[in-house]
Design a protein around this ligand. Structure first.
Ligand SMILES: [Zn+2]
Ligand SMILES: [Zn+2]
Length: 162
């Protein structure tokens, strides 16, 4: 749950405000429409309109938050937020949103020495050369904890990276 709230923090404020506005305004709009068109004059119609209004509100506000999440997440991954927000909105059936989560780049990391932003898969900082991750003694590519051999050149890591 704390991880989720951490992730929610990257949603831009404008998207959160829009989501709150949607929660407030969509039910009012739908109920107003329902009452003005209350040709049946029965409580079943009102209940039906309330249910529809609730569904639209939930879907619409979640949609706004997901778009906002994509904008914030693309920015911190060094991807183009405007492009991905437009793709997420305009490719129908949420395919743009799904594509984003399939194609998104790994998170960036900050170099501990110079602070430059670097791809999380990089073993060394491209600005100052500081080691960012364990690397293979043979080819210097990044290796992960627990690997016994380098995935790129096959060199033995003696059970762990160095
Ligand atoms: Zn650096
Ligand atoms: Zn290697």
């Amino acid at each position: 749950m704390s991880r989720l709230s951490e992730e929610m923090k990257i949603i831009p404020r404008v998207a959160r405000v829009l989501a709150v506005l949607a929660v407030l305004l969509v039910p009012i709009a739908v109920m107003t429409y329902g009452l003005l068109n209350n040709g049946h004059g029965d409580t079943g119609w009102i209940a039906f309109v309330a249910l529809i209004g609730l569904s639209i509100t939930v879907v619409f506000s979640i949609y706004i938050l997901v778009i906002g999440y994509i904008a914030g997440d693309a920015r911190r991954r060094g991807m183009r937020p405007v492009l991905w927000v437009l793709l997420a909105i305009f490719i129908p059936n949420a395919i743009g949103i799904i594509l984003y989560f399939i194609l998104r780049e790994p998170l960036l990391q900050n170099c501990p020495k110079c602070g430059a932003r670097a791809n999380a898969a990089f073993a060394f900082c491209s600005v100052c050369g500081e080691a960012l991750a364990m690397s293979c003694p043979g080819c210097r590519s990044a290796v992960q904890p627990g690997w016994s051999h380098c995935a790129r050149c096959g060199a033995s890591l003696g059970g762990r990276g160095v």
